[in-house]
Design a protein around this ligand. Structure first.
Ligand SMILES: Nc1nc2c(c(=O)[nH]1)N(C=O)[C@@H](CNc1ccc(C(=O)N[C@@H](CCC(=O)O)C(=O)O)cc1)CN2
Ligand SMILES: Nc1ncnc2c1ncn2[C@@H]1O[C@H](COP(=O)(O)OP(=O)(O)OP(=O)(O)O)[C@@H](O)[C@H]1O
Length: 180
């Protein structure tokens, strides 16, 4: 299937997911993340500010702060680039033109200072193939990133093999956590 049609289908499936089913799967994903080696060895963790269709990242941000980890969130800028800014009490967030909350103040953390990136996306395979929202932000960012990466896949986002075209610039995530 073409990427655009597949993205639309997955988004429709995510929107249609019954709230209790979504919550059950999400809780399982959080528990597995918090039990993972990657999580437990990381002091600085980059996480998105999720939108309604995505897995809710608030429990991840709260757990990281509880565990005294440094939490970073993305800020996009021209040229489809992205940087990560510490989520401190002083940070001010504003919705981007795509409706994603982004920090409007604060300085970006250097890439080498990030231990773990929780990589968002629409679809994942056990091999770490990933279909994103089409901006290429994470592929560009991860191209010269050497820390750990993990993605969390709700059932509707999990595919045995990539049912989309995998490109040369696509960077695999090191670990895909599922609810099963
Ligand atoms: N919550 C969350 N934050 C995130 C991401 C994410 O996936 N989830 N990102 C992950 O990358 C970055 C923003 N991602 C974006 C991805 C695509 C488009 C975009 O321009 N979409 C077009 C369709 C694609 C195209 O035509 O090229 C659009 O909606 O019109 C914008 C932002 C950073 N922050
Ligand atoms: N490392 C890179 N250098 C230059 N262009 C890139 C790179 N990675 C991706 N792109 C470009 O970004 C665009 C979107 O790529 P793709 O469809 O793979 O995004 P995605 O992985 O679905 O989205 P995202 O990473 O934002 O979640 C494409 O036009 C692609 O050529």
């Amino acid at each position: 299937m073409k990427k655009k049609a597949l993205r639309e289908q997955i988004i429709a499936n995510l929107v249609a997911l019954a709230p209790d089913v979504r919550q059950f799967q999400a809780d399982e994903l959080y528990q597995r993340l918090f039990a993972s080696h990657a999580w437990n060895t990381s002091h600085t963790v980059a996480v998105t500010m999720s939108t309604a269709t995505e897995l809710d990242t608030k429990p991840i941000i709260e757990a990281a702060q509880q565990a005294d980890k440094r939490v970073l969130v993305p800020r996009t800028f021209s040229g489809r680039q992205m940087e990560f800014v510490p989520m401190t009490d002083a940070v001010r967030l504003e919705a981007s033109e795509y409706g994603i909350q982004e920090p409007i103040n604060g300085n970006a953390t250097v890439k080498s200072g990030i231990d773990l990136i929780v990589v968002p996306g629409l679809a994942f395979t056990p091999e770490g193939d990933r279909l994103g929202f089409g901006g290429g932000y994470y592929d560009r960012y991860l191209a010269d990133y050497s820390g750990q990466t993990v993605s969390l896949a709700l059932d509707a986002q999990y595919f045995d093999t990539p049912e989309w075209t995998v490109n040369e610039h696509d960077i695999k995530v090191q670990q895909v956590i599922t609810a099963h």
